[in-house]
Structures are given as structure tokens and as C-alpha cells.
Design a protein around this ligand. Structure first.
Ligand code: FMN
Length: 208
């Protein structure tokens, strides 16, 4: 039996949100194919996550050195630690998120801020940062209206790239990407692009 964490970073209704369609298709098919697995769903918009701030930065720093934390530092650091522990407890992680304004929704950015904990998810060495989270498998389910796979536009894509680079920092390299893209730019191709991506999400979930 494996432990699976499904992270959802979009609170738009599934009728309108393509990344939520991918998330639901993956979840449904994963459950069907892996009935004995332990599945946890984390809906980031339900969590009311405080932003990374001075208290979390100093709290995490002090925690790593065994120093005492102020009440404010402890409050936000404990919240972040709870999400880190949940992430570390999972064997496989699925993250569903849209590209909005070239990047991820703020809740997902904040979640990644929490997971960035020196000494826990990565460590600093004279050779640079080294990841400490080994052996995990991740699937990213993303939707973006424009095309960002090639050419100049690729450098403007800061959603999938942001998540992948953070996971790489933690040492996670087994990353499957399912991306519905270009459906906003090509209305005549919209149904096909979305349908293909949903089908791919469903097929991947069965063998993930
Ligand atoms: C607030 C907002 C910002 C968006 N920004 C971009 C953008 O920067 N580039 C782009 O190609 N599409 C953009 N889009 C289109 C989305 O990428 C597209 O609708 C995609 O399907 C989003 O995922 P969702 O359907 O799961 O919400 C934006 C859409 C919204 C609602």
C-alpha cells in the first residue's frame, strides 16, 4: 500500500477549469486502479495559508539551530511544518494547478515556500544546495491557454517551471507532466486539446 497526496491549487468549478478536469480524471482513475492505497487530498484554497514572512523566515532559521522561537514565529512555523510532514509522508504526489498570469496561483507559491526548509527538504553545502527528499514520484497536472512549449514563450512560462525547479531543489526528479496547452489560443482545437489531456491524465493515473 502506498500513501498518495493529491494537491489541488484551483478553486474554480470543474465545468470551467481545465486543470480541475485533469485533477478529477486523475483522482478518479487512480482510486479505481489502486483501491488499497491511502489517498489524502489537500485543497490549498480551503487552507487559508499565511504568506511567507519575517516570522516564518526567522522561525525556520531558529528551528534549524535549536533556538527558541517567539509565539508569532512558532505559529507560522508550525503551520509550515505540518505541510512539510504531510508532503514527506507521501510516496507519490499529484499537483493540479493552472497557469494564471504566467505563474502559479498564490496558494501554490505559498505551499512551495513552506516546503523550502533548509535542513529538511534540502541542505546547503560548499558545492551548492543538495536535495534531501529522495524516492518520491510526482505528477503535475497543468492547463495553460497559450503555447509555451517552444520558442521565446518557453522562457515566460513560470508555472510548471517553478514547480519543477522547486521539486528538483528537494531532490525530486521523477516528475510526470500532463499539460493541456493552447486551448485558449486555438478555439477550433479547444475540445480536442482538452479531451486529449483528460484522456492522458486518466491513462497515466492507472499506471502511476
Ligand atoms: C486570471 C487568469 C490569468 C491567465 N493568465 C494567462 C497567461 O498568462 N497566459 C496564458 O496563456 N493563459 C492565461 N490564462 C488562461 C489560462 O491559462 C487557461 O484558462 C487555463 O485553462 C487555466 O487553467 P484552468 O482552466 O484550470 O483555470 C489566464 C486565465 C485566467 C483566469
Amino acid at each position: 500500500m502506498s500513501s498518495i497526496l493529491f494537491v489541488k491549487a484551483n478553486n474554480r468549478p470543474v465545468e470551467y477549469a481545465v486543470s480541475v478536469k485533469l485533477y478529477e480524471a486523475f483522482l478518479e482513475n487512480y482510486k479505481e486502479a489502486h483501491p488499497d492505497d491511502d489517498i489524502v487530498e489537500l485543497d490549498l484554497y480551503q487552507e487559508h495559508l499565511p504568506y511567507l514572512d519575517t516570522n516564518l523566515i526567522s522561525g525556520a532559521f531558529k528551528l534549524g539551530r535549536g533556538m527558541g522561537l517567539t509565539a508569532e514565529e512558532k505559529l507560522i512555523t508550525d503551520i509550515a511544518t505540518r505541510f512539510i510532514d504531510q508532503f514527506l509522508a507521501a510516496d507519490k504526489i499529484i499537483i493540479g494547478f493552472p497557469l494564471w498570469n504566467l505563474t502559479v496561483p498564490a496558494v501554490l507559491h505559498t505551499y512551495l515556500d513552506y516546503l523550502n526548509r533548509a535542513g529538511t527538504t534540502f541542505k546547503y553545502t560548499p558545492q551548492g544546495a543538495v536535495g534531501l527528499v529522495l524516492g518520491k514520484k510526482v505528477a503535475l497536472l497543468n492547463a495553460r491557454g497559450g503555447n509555451y512549449s517552444e520558442g521565446d514563450a518557453a522562457a515566460s512560462e513560470m508555472a510548471v517551471n517553478l514547480v519543477v525547479k522547486n521539486l528538483n531543489l528537494f531532490g525530486i526528479t521523477d516528475i510526470t507532466k500532463i499539460i493541456a496547452e493552447g486551448h485558449g489560443k486555438s478555439p477550433d482545437q479547444r475540445e480536442r486539446i482538452i479531451g486529449d489531456a483528460i484522456q492522458l491524465a486518466a491513462q497515466t493515473a492507472k499506471v502511476f
